[in-house]
Design a protein. Structure first.
Length: 584
């Protein structure tokens, strides 16, 4: 009860008590006797007045006691609120309100509860004690920047010495009866370490992704100046990937250097390295027989649904006669000169014979189409094809510089599917007439006849294998692959009518007929978190063999090598943004 209510009730009690007093309070005062009343006894009058005063004092004391009792009762009432029941709700009755919704004396506002000054929260930590509040990506305006890359340390040991560094040139491993074949090789290198960034932004219902990735494999094997390898090993920094991808609804467009559309994928049609199949091998040249490339180009992709994807690409073409990445080169006609082929100026720089100089003229970019199906998240199928056109000019023709044009290409059927939880089977298969460049350059695209005309070389390859992941705390992937390359013969007779040219059984221990590699290995994730990165330990063993088209009597019929790899990798932390339309 509030003060106004108690005061009103108290006044009411006082008024009732006052009305209940003796007539001495409620009646008129007694009349004064006349002075001449002789019979009046002054002593008796005084006693009567004294008696009245005593009675009044007692009544006053009685009234005081009543008031004290009422005051105590009011205090008890004030401490116990009165309630009214209305339906299912019980609400306290405001005793300070009388026949009105407005209190006579408005109650004072309640004081806010005292609260101590909040202490700063300690940083959250993971089980390993690391700060869990580290950012997943940088933010500049509306653009997210995610770091990409890892620090690698690779050790490789080989039973022969191919001299190619941590990347294996499959088609040129030495025969055992040679000097290089009698030596073994053990090498340590951080060259495969990578650095880059992914940029994501959104504008006017369009998602834009930029991607950059570089490593230090610009010079396979030793650094450019072999003397520097004695002390500093200044490995060359190079560009691997550099592209921009624009996507709106079902349409996607990419421009830049990306994984070729001919490279097998794991899901849909995507340029992201995590969605590309290039094996789990530590070997930086991957598995023999793998179709792949990182080539500049333009790509258009249409996604009619999450289960069907169609891509069309124009990628940089390169007229190729073999000789790159350890692959065997063709035997050229005398008209054009073997010496010029070795120097890289064959036919005035019209073709690429394995040199790194980009000077060969191309008729048009390679045209690649791919159709991919993902009916479930356990099954992936893709059909891909490439068209390649080459043209050469003959300076000795009559009239001079007559040109010869030949179109070729190849096709792929790639399939992957889950056979059990964590167990996936892959088979990637390629056939071509004039598409050997896409098998890591292990086969030439064409040969050149004595008159400068072109003839296509048939080639085929496969990579078939299995990947299985076990364990939860420290997941380990076990993988095993078989890779094979076949290069068909295509022979011709030079203008002198006797000399064999082209590709096939021309010289002993010369051009390769088959290259085969069997590989198995493990990849163990020792620790992983998107906030601080991942630590992986990897092992790989491979047996590689190549067989030539012609072996001299008594000579070895093949070259082979045993290879072992060990790799420790720390992957940079980071996780790209998520949302509709963002590449994933």
């Amino acid at each position: 009860m509030n003060r106004a209510g108690r005061a009103g009730l108290l006044l009411s009690y006082v008024a009732v008590a006052a009305m209940s007093l003796t007539p001495a309070w409620g009646a008129d005062p007694p009349p004064i006797p006349p002075a001449d009343a002789a019979a009046t006894d002054s002593g008796a009058e005084l006693r009567r007045l004294k008696s009245q005063l005593d009675d009044q004092r007692k009544q006053i004391d009685q009234l005081r006691s009543m008031l004290e009792a009422q005051s105590q009762m009011l205090e008890k009432i004030g401490k116990s609120p009165t309630f009214e029941v209305s339906g299912e709700h019980v609400t306290p009755r405001n005793l300070g309100q009388i026949a009105s919704t407005t209190p006579m004396l408005p109650p004072a506002p309640p004081a806010p509860p005292a609260s101590p000054t909040p202490l700063p929260k300690p940083p959250q930590t993971t089980a390993a004690g690391t700060d869990a509040t580290a950012p997943l990506q940088l933010k500049i305006g509306d653009t997210s920047i995610t770091p990409v890359g890892f620090m690698d340390m690779t050790a490789v040991s080989r039973s022969t010495n191919p001299g190619s560094g941590i990347g294996t040139n499959f088609g040129s491993i030495p025969y055992a009866n040679t000097q290089a074949g009698s030596l073994t090789e053990t090498r340590l290198s951080p060259q495969n370490s990578r650095i880059g960034a992914r940029m994501d932004t959104h504008y006017n219902n369009v998602n834009v992704t930029g991607y950059w990735e570089s490593d230090f494999l610009g010079q396979i094997g030793n650094p450019p100046n072999g003397g520097l390898a004695v002390s500093s090993n200044p490995y060359v920094f190079r560009m691997r990937l550099y592209w921009v991808d624009v996507r709106k609804d079902k349409f996607e467009f990419l421009a830049g250097q990306s994984w070729s559309l001919m490279t097998p994928g794991n899901v849909g049609i995507s340029p992201l390295p995590g969605n590309i199949f290039y094996s789990q091998d530590i070997d930086v040249n991957y598995q023999a027989g793998l179709v792949w490339g990182r080539i500049p180009g333009f790509r258009f992709v249409y996604h009619p649904s999450d289960k069907v994807h169609f891509g069309l690409a124009l990628e940089n073409s390169e007229p190729y006669i073999g000789g790159g990445n350890g692959g065997s080169a063709i035997t050229v006609p005398a008209l054009f000169g073997t010496a010029n082929a070795v120097s890289g100026a064959f036919l005035g720089g019209q073709v690429n014979n394995g040199s790194s100089v980009i000077s060969a003229a191309a008729v048009h970019p390679d045209i690649i189409a791919k159709l991919a199906f993902d009916p479930t998240n356990k099954f992936h199928l893709e059909l891909a094809g490439v068209e390649i056109t080459n043209r050469l000019s003959n300076p000795a023709s009559t009239p001079a510089f007559q040109s010869h044009t030949k179109a070729g290409g190849g096709g792929s059927i790639n399939l992957s599917f889950l056979v059990a939880p964590g167990v996936k089977v892959y088979t990637n298969n390629f056939w071509s007439d004039g598409g050997g460049r896409y098998i890591f350059g292990q086969a030439p695209d064409f040969i050149v006849h004595g008159d400068g005309s072109l003839s296509l070389v048939h080639s085929a390859s496969t990579v078939t294998g299995i990947e299985a992941t076990f364990g939860k705390k420290t997941p380990t992937m076990f993988y095993a692959y078989y890779g094979g390359v076949y290069i068909g013969k295509n022979l011709a007779i030079d203008a002198n009518g006797t000399t064999k040219i082209g590709y096939g059984p021309i010289s002993s221990d010369g051009q390769n007929r088959t290259i085969q590699e069997a590989t198995f290995g493990t990849n163990t994730t020792l620790a992983k978190n998107s906030k601080w990165g991942a630590l992986n330990l990897m092992f790989q063993y491979s047996y590689l063999q190549r067989n030539p088209w012609l072996a001299a009597p008594g000579a070895l019929s093949d070259a082979h090598v045993h290879m072992g790899f060990v790799n420790l990798r720390y992957t940079l932390p980071g996780e790209p943004p998520k949302g509709p339309g963002i590449l994933k």
